[in-house]
Design a protein around this ligand. Structure first.
Ligand code: ATP
Length: 366
């Protein structure tokens, strides 16, 4: 096994790409460390499958290189790259039994019969296929067929990486959790590099140690689930991660002072004088309802979700979401919001601006 490095990778499906919109992958440089579990997360059409297919060799990139360790594999075939790929829809041989399907990749590599029998048994047990080993794949449910596909993806021990392209799409919702947990167990036991493509943040955050977020053909952030929540590198990450996503407030900034709609918000640190389109970002969890001080809001509706309540309000003609713990009373005279200053993010032209280490941030931002 080896690390996988993508070096200045771009891909266009056009014969003569000219401008940015012609590229499905705009420019990606990234190293997938050996043995880690990653999620590749982004909305439909952002380039996830394209990137995965470039790594496995199903697609040749328009520009850039792919390295396994120090070896340039850009021009070599899928088979030589030694990568297992599990697709969105099951790929199984209907005329074979479940056991024969699972054994197929091992037979292809010329492994011995007793090794194959042991390995098939072990994988079947881990993903709940033991009872079906002697059944023909034809006629099995979509769930079971996709389990076979997953099993075939993870059955080989000698692969450089296992790529999963939205593998649980056809799986019944109650089984998804179980299979994702089993994939995590497989990762812990066998230590393969795993890259799991999804557009579902819950899947990404529960599966991966590191999440690679794609937006519009670009990798906009690579981080742990906590880092994506705490310090989104791009407004898209703020919006896409979290439920509801981050609130954004257009502002102008001068040092430690932000101004929006004639109101001043004190920042925890000096952000200089950023030029361009500046917005403040604050997660709904770090907005507090108040009365008297803070920015004026009008509450539109409150949704009770047990341990928390989700408040939707209007702030300067835009919507703002607030998450309030169930044990905090929401009074009718709460017509203001305050922000935890240590939790404010500042973005300029969509990208996060960092401002040195935080100074004293006691009190709120007003
Ligand atoms: P999804 O989750 O819907 O599969 P994705 O993030 O995996 O989306 P890709 O499938 O990589 O995104 O597609 C990226 C862009 O490339 C999209 O605009 C898509 O329409 C385009 N695209 C993908 N495959 C082809 C193709 N074979 N020919 C032309 N354009 C393509």
């Amino acid at each position: 096994m080896a690390s996988i490095t993508l070096e200045n990778l771009t891909h266009s499906y056009h014969a003569n790409p000219q401008a940015d919109p012609d590229f499905a992958v705009k420019e990606v440089s990234h190293t997938w460390e050996d043995g880690r579990a990653y999620a590749l997360l982004g909305p439909s059409g952002c380039g996830k499958t394209t990137l995965l297919n470039i790594m496995s060799g199903l697609l040749q990139p328009t520009r850039g290189r792919i390295l396994f360790g120090d070896r340039d594999v850009t021009a070599i075939s899928t088979a030589e790259r030694n990568i297992a790929q599990v697709f969105q829809f099951p790929v199984v041989y209907d005329t074979m039994t479940v056991g024969q399907n699972l054994a197929f990749p091992l037979r292809n590599r010329g492994m011995g019969a007793s090794y194959i029998a042991d390995r098939v048994q072990r994988i079947a047990q881990m993903i709940g296929l033991e009872a079906h080993l002697d059944q023909k794949a034809r006629g099995l449910t979509a769930d079971l067929k996709q389990k076979i596909s997953l099993g075939r993806g993870v059955v080989r021990e000698d692969v450089n990486a296992i790529l999963f392209d939205e593998p649980l799409t056809v799986i019944d919702p109650h089984l998804k959790w179980e299979l994702r947990t089993q994939l995590k167990t497989l990762h812990r036991e066998f230590g393969h590099t795993m890259i799991y493509v999804t557009h579902d943040q819950t899947e990404a955050l529960t599966f991966a140690e590191k999440v690679v977020v794609m937006h519009d053909g670009l990798v906009v952030q690579i981080g742990t689930p906590q880092e994506l929540f705490d310090t989104p590198a791009h407004v898209f990450v703020g919006y896409f991660i979290g439920s509801p996503g981050m609130n954004f407030i257009p502002a102008s900034i001068e040092g430690r002072r932000a101004e929006t709609n004639g109101q001043v918000i004190n920042l925890a640190n000096d952000y200089g004088n950023p030029r361009g389109e500046v917005v403040l970002g604050i997660r709904p969890e770090f907005v507090a309802l108040a009365n008297g001080s803070g920015l004026p809001v009008k509450i539109n509706h409150i949704r009770d979700a047990g341990r928390q309540r989700f408040v939707n309000a209007t702030l300067f003609d835009a919507e703002i979401n607030i998450v309030v713990d169930a044990d905090i009373e929401i009074e009718t005279d709460m017509t203001n919001v305050t922000f935890d200053p240590s939790r404010l993010s500042v973005f300029c032209d969509d990208w996060r601006i960092d401002a040195g280490p935080l100074e004293d941030v006691s009190g709120d931002a007003f």
